[in-house]
Design a protein around this ligand. Structure first.
Ligand code: SF4
Ligand code: SF4
Length: 315
């Protein structure tokens, strides 16, 4: 932010910071009204003890204050530019004929060394070259700004609202749209590409089946030596998956079934019971699974045998 040298004083900056802080503290009360009725929020403001207030509310409020402070002081109009639903709604009804800002191209010499309308647009648009796909909300700030300038010369501004067919963009139809698109996507493009990359990666690594092993005592009984093996088929087609245990001596366990059969998508739970034949100590074993179409996976389990009880630590 540029300020006149005479105003560039520490006291002024401190005062500005204080005003922004007060504004941020006031705005931060608004989200609290979503969670609490007004009388509880009033208790919070007046520091009155109220058992309905969460003990962590001061931290949450502080985070809101920081967010609002940063937004007002540095980002400016973050909500308007990136979050406002009204803007998106309005944008959905735009056509080439709908209300838009028009520029008087016959007087371009008036714009030499002037950029006032651009700096007055809080959405960062150049009002002299708006496109249908720009996020202009037709607030008229730029038109007022130009009018204020031109009125001193006894002329009308170069910008005005217009209805009807837009003038062809000077850079051509296709280039104009590409330029508009790239201008709007310059911040979001890296995130969009990241999301797209993750989506493709997810598709490429998507498993049609899933294997998980839990301690059965969580749901079935208090016997810690029992495990629940959950097999999932995510495809709406029949499937047969074969299970085996590797790393445990034969006879030290009982697997309720060695196959999981599916008619369609779904989940099946098998039980693995480990008997008392294992010596004390840590026993690592693998639950292995394989489908008829070649998919395979394994789940590592660490089974601990203590003085009469076993504990496991899943992978
Ligand atoms: S404020 Fe008016 S004169 Fe200045 S650049 Fe914008 S359109 Fe041109
Ligand atoms: S009308 Fe408002 S949003 Fe549109 S270009 Fe002008 S200042 Fe920006």
């Amino acid at each position: 932010m540029k300020v006149a040298a005479a105003k560039n004083r520490l006291g002024n900056w401190l005062l500005l910071g204080l005003i922004i802080l007060v504004a941020a503290m006031l705005f931060s009360l608004i989200p609290l009204l979503y969670f609490y009725p007004p009388d509880v929020v009033w208790s919070f403001i007046t520091l009155r003890p109220d058992e309905r207030l969460a003990s962590s509310l001061h931290y949450i409020y502080t985070i809101f204050v920081i967010i609002f402070f940063v937004d007002i002081a540095f980002i400016r109009h973050f909500w308007c530019r990136f979050m406002c639903v009204y803007k998106v709604w309005q944008h959905g009804f735009k056509t080439r004929q709908s209300l838009h800002v028009a520029y008087d191209k016959t007087r371009t010499e008036s714009c030499d060394k002037c950029n006032y309308c651009v700096t007055s647009c809080f959405l960062g648009i150049d009002p002299r070259d708006t496109n249908m796909y720009d996020s202009c909300i037709n607030c008229g700030e730029c038109i007022d700004a130009c009018n204020d300038l031109q009125v001193k010369k006894g002329e009308v501004g170069l910008l005005r609202f217009s209805l009807g067919e837009r003038e062809q963009n000077r850079s051509g139809w296709l280039l104009g749209r590409l330029g508009s698109l790239s201008a709007r996507m310059k911040w979001t493009l890296p995130f969009s590409l990241l999301g797209l990359g993750m989506f493709v990666w997810g598709l490429a690594n998507y498993d049609h089946y899933r294997l998980a092993v839990y301690r059965a005592d969580a749901e079935f009984s208090s016997a810690i030596k029992d495990y629940r093996i959950r097999v999932s088929n995510k495809l709406y087609r029949d499937a047969v998956l074969t299970l085996s245990i590797e790393g445990l001596p034969k006879g030290s366990y009982v697997l309720s079934a060695s196959e999981a059969r599916f008619d369609s998508a779904g989940k099946l739970d098998l039980e693995l019971q480990i008997n008392n034949s294992l010596p004390q100590g840590l026993h690592r074993f693998l639950v292995q699974i394989q489908s008829a179409d070649g998919w395979q996976d394994s789940y590592r389990v660490q089974h601990f045998v203590g003085k009469g009880r076993g504990l496991d630590h899943d992978r």
